[in-house]
Design a binder for this molecule. Sequence first.
Ligand SMILES: NC(=O)c1ccc[n+]([C@@H]2O[C@H](COP(=O)([O-])OP(=O)(O)OC[C@H]3O[C@@H](n4cnc5c(N)ncnc54)[C@H](OP(=O)(O)O)[C@@H]3O)[C@@H](O)[C@H]2O)c1
Length: 392
Amino acid sequence: MSRLSRADRPYDIVLFGATGFVGVLTAEYLAAHAPEGLRWAIAGRSAEKLERLRESLPGGDGVGVLEADVADPASMRRLAEHARVVATTVGPYVTYGEDLVAACADTGADYLDLSGEPEFVDLTYVRHDARARETGARLVHACGFDSVPHDLGAYFTVQQLPQEVPLTVDGFVTADAMFSGGTFASALNQFARGRQMLAAARDRARHEPRLMGRRALAPTGVPRFAKEVGSWAVPLPTIDPQIVKRSARALDRYGPDFRYRHFAAVRHLPVAVGGVAAMGALFTAAQLPPARRWMSGRLKPGEGPSPEKRAKSWFSVRFVGEGGGRRVFTEVAGGDPGYDETAKMFAESALSLAFDDLPPTAGQVTTAVAMGDALIERLRAAGITFRVAATR
Ligand SMILES: NC(=O)c1ccc[n+]([C@@H]2O[C@H](COP(=O)([O-])OP(=O)(O)OC[C@H]3O[C@@H](n4cnc5c(N)ncnc54)[C@H](OP(=O)(O)O)[C@@H]3O)[C@@H](O)[C@H]2O)c1
């Protein structure tokens, strides 16, 4: 299917999972920032919830409504056939997400999600990347706080450094924020699937072509006091370093030998130690089904931090890049990372895929590879900071 035939589809963007916590915020963002003439629809499994949401949106009369349930693969196909771009918040993605990826890859619809689940991303690469390349579909995972600030921040940092020399970039994340029931459920699910995650990573490694003549690595760092940012640095084993590494593999601008390390930055040592201990306890408890069930009951899907709490939340990711005799300090920063800014990043990514003049890409691609500069410009205009703090 050619890109041209996609222009005939009834909607530019379909937002699936529009009635969930991030879904509603994304729908509100799109309604408030929709460019003139945007043809978009909200989709989900409950007609009643969708109708209530549509009525609450400014300009809701012009917003389409599509019923779809992940348990019905034909409805996933209908979503893909109705849209140039499908954005989904329906997670945990490893449980609910694959049929929609398959439908988008097969029909040539662009696809984006909020998955921070490495197992899911590796599995869709192995099963759907090749078909998406044939149809021209772009499959872009991790279009929220996982991993937009880190992926685009590393990309932005690389652009401040000399070309064609070995480069190293370290990212240091600081945030003050709460999470939602949906995020908590996805995290618990992921913690319980360590074995499957490793198997999916190995399978991907068997399928992924070798990088010829260049290197792009994302080694796990070691805990240390990082005097360059004045904080304790604790390695963060999220999906973000993997995404940055994939951008570096795809883009020659990252140089012949690129290395990225990803850390949480914590000012006081006891807080760093406490954070590691709490994460370890959560990971251990997630291995035991009764403990997992009990924890899931603490924060229900659909629930999340209040507008007041979100208004006080913030994030900052500082990067230190080095190469060719130059050292650069950059920062990506904004408000509530998990929800308000995630909805903004997600909606702007969907708009970018639908309307920006982007490099020709297809298959599983990262935000930096698919949208790069265009998305940075959109996010800056929407209030997210990308800045060079210092160069040496
Ligand atoms: N850092 C990040 O990038 C980031 C940030 C935030 C969230 N996330 C991820 O985004 C996802 C959503 O989070 P959330 O807090 O918005 O979760 P949520 O409130 O639980 O929303 C989940 C959505 O999925 C829908 N859904 C569930 N089962 C479905 C089915 N069988 N068919 C169709 N739709 C179904 C729900 O529909 P109903 O409304 O009908 O129940 C709801 O719209 C999670 O995976 C989370 O981890 C990532």
